[in-house]
Design a protein around this ligand. Structure first.
Ligand SMILES: *Cc1c(COP(=O)(O)O)cnc(C)c1O
Length: 422
C-alpha cells in the first residue's frame, strides 16, 4: 500500500487548502469604509477615493501619475494606444504570460512578436530581443513573471538604441523594487492588474503608472471618454487629440477603497512571502532536485504572484508533470501548471498570420511543460502551513517510482493532459 494520497494513503492536509477561504483578504476596517461609501451613494470613479488611491499606488512605485481602469488588459491597450501604436506596427512580448499581454497588442490592431525567455528568471531574454526588431517594431512589453523580474537595465538599453517604447507588464509584480526603482516606473508605462487572484485585488481592476505628464494625460483621456488628466465631469477644458480613440474604462470607487487599504499592508505581505519562499527553497533545495525560478537579478524587493517550481531535472524526466500535479493535489495542495506559451493557450484566438514567432521559443516551451507553481496567497499562511506545503511536495517527489508506476497505469494520452489555468 502506498503512502501517497493519490494511491490511497493519508493526505498531508486533512482538509484541502481552499483558496476561497484565504484570498482576497478581508477586514472590518475595509468593510466599514465600503459601507460608508455605499450609503454615500457616490459610487463612481469621480469620488475622491480614486485619486487618493492612484496617487498612493503610483508614489509607492516611484511614479508620479496613476490612471485607474477596469482591468489589467485595457491598461496595456491604453499604454499602446497612448503612444499611437496600431495597425502595421509590431510589439515584442514574452510568451510566458497571460492572454492579455499579447491580446492587448491585437486590440490596438498591432502584431505581437514573441521572443523567448531566460531559463533562470523565466522573463524575456534580452539577448534575443535585438534579432526580432524590424522597422515596424514600436514597443517591448516585458512581463515581470511570477517571482522574478525582467532585466530592465538591458531592456531599457535596447529600447533606447532602437527608439522603442517600454511598457512593463507588472500584473504579477505589485510592490517590486528593481535596483532601487519601483517596478513599473522604469519603462514608459507600468501596467498592473487587480483581478481576483493578483497580489492586490479588488475583484477586477487595473492601473497604469508613469512619470510623464503627457503620457498620463493621454492615458486618462483614453480611459475616461476624452477628459484630460484628473478632470471632473462637465469640466473638460479641452477635447481629446484627434489621433486618440477614447473609451469608457472607468471602475468604481469601491475598487479604490478596497485597494487603498490593501496597499498599506503590501510590503509586510511581500516580506511574509519572501520568508516562506526562503524556507521552501532551503528545505526542498536540500531534499529534492526541483529547480526554482530565480528572482530578478537586481531585485531589492521581489514581488510574488507565485512561487515557481521546475521539474526538469533528468531524474524526473520520465514522470509526467500532470501526475506530480495530481499527486500533490491529492495531498491537499492545489498547484497551477504553466499557462503558456501563450500562443498555444486554448483561448488564444489569433491566426498564424496575426502574430509572429521569429525564432522558436524552446525555453518557454520546456518551462511551461515542466512547471508547477504556488499562488502567492498560500505563501502568506503561517509557518505550520508553509511546513506542510513543503511536506506535501517533498512527500510526492520523493516517491518517483510510484509516480512512474502510476503514470504507466494510465490509459495512453491521459498523462499528456495539461490543464490550463484560468
Ligand atoms: C492578470 C494579468 C494581466 C491582466 O489581466 P486582467 O485580468 O485583465 O486584469 C495582464 N498580464 C498578466 C501577466 C497577467 O497575469
Amino acid at each position: 500500500m502506498s503512502n501517497l494520497a493519490l494511491l490511497g494513503g493519508r493526505p498531508v492536509f486533512e482538509c484541502p487548502l481552499e483558496l476561497s477561504s484565504i484570498w482576497p483578504p478581508t477586514d472590518e476596517v475595509t468593510a466599514g469604509k465600503l459601507q460608508e461609501l455605499y450609503f454615500s451613494r457616490r459610487w463612481t470613479a469621480f469620488h475622491d477615493a480614486e485619486p487618493a488611491f492612484t496617487e498612493a499606488f503610483a508614489a509607492h512605485h516611484g511614479a508620479r501619475y496613476g490612471i485607474f481602469t477596469v482591468n489589467g488588459t485595457v491598461t496595456l491597450q491604453c499604454a499602446l494606444g497612448a503612444y499611437g501604436i496600431g495597425p502595421g506596427d509590431e510589439v515584442i512580448v514574452a510568451p510566458l504570460t497571460w492572454y492579455a499581454t499579447a491580446m492587448a497588442v491585437r486590440h490596438v490592431g498591432a502584431c505581437p512578436v514573441f521572443v523567448d525567455i531566460e531559463p533562470d528568471t523565466l522573463c524575456i531574454d534580452p539577448d534575443k530581443i535585438a534579432n526580432a526588431i524590424t522597422e515596424r517594431t514600436k514597443a517591448i512589453i516585458p512581463v515581470h513573471a511570477y517571482g522574478s523580474m525582467a532585466d530592465m537595465d538591458r531592456i531599457m538599453a535596447i529600447a533606447r538604441r532602437h527608439g522603442l517604447r517600454v511598457i512593463e507588464d507588472c500584473a504579477h509584480m505589485h510592490g517590486g523594487i528593481w535596483d532601487g526603482k519601483g517596478i513599473g516606473s522604469i519603462g514608459d508605462v507600468g501596467s498592473f492588474s487587480f483581478q481576483q487572484t493578483k497580489t492586490m485585488s479588488s475583484g477586477e481592476g487595473g492601473i497604469c503608472i508613469t512619470n510623464d505628464f503627457d503620457t498620463a494625460d493621454r492615458l486618462f483621456r483614453m480611459k475616461q471618454i476624452g477628459y484630460g488628466f484628473g478632470e471632473l465631469p462637465r469640466e473638460a477644458k479641452s477635447g481629446p487629440p484627434r489621433d486618440l480613440t477614447c473609451y469608457n474604462f472607468r471602475a468604481t470607487a469601491f475598487h479604490s477603497v478596497i485597494l487603498s487599504e490593501q496597499l498599506m499592508s503590501l510590503d509586510s505581505r511581500l516580506e511574509r512571502y519572501r520568508k516562506a519562499v526562503r524556507y521552501l527553497e532551503d528545505r526542498l533545495g536540500q531534499s529534492t532536485r526541483i529547480r526554482f525560478q530565480v528572482p530578478g537579478r537586481k531585485a531589492d524587493r521581489q514581488g510574488y504572484f507565485g512561487w515557481v517550481m521546475l521539474f526538469d531535472d533528468p531524474m524526473y524526466a520520465d514522470i509526467p508533470v500532470g501526475v506530480i500535479h495530481a499527486a500533490i493535489k491529492a495531498e491537499g495542495l492545489t498547484l497551477i501548471p504553466g499557462e503558456g506559451p501563450i500562443y498555444r493557450f486554448i483561448l488564444f484566438n489569433l491566426g498564424p498570420e496575426e502574430y509572429r514567432i521569429d525564432q522558436p521559443c524552446p525555453v518557454t516551451e520546456r518551462a511551461c511543460s515542466r512547471m508547477l507553481w504556488v499562488l502567492h496567497a498560500y505563501l502568506g499562511l503561517d509557518r505550520t502551513h508553509i511546513e506542510r506545503i513543503a511536506d506535501a511536495i517533498e512527500k510526492v517527489i520523493s516517491s518517483p517510482d510510484e509516480l512512474r508506476r502510476y503514470a504507466r497505469s494510465l490509459p495512453a494520452g491521459v498523462e499528456k493532459l495539461q490543464p490550463v489555468a484560468e
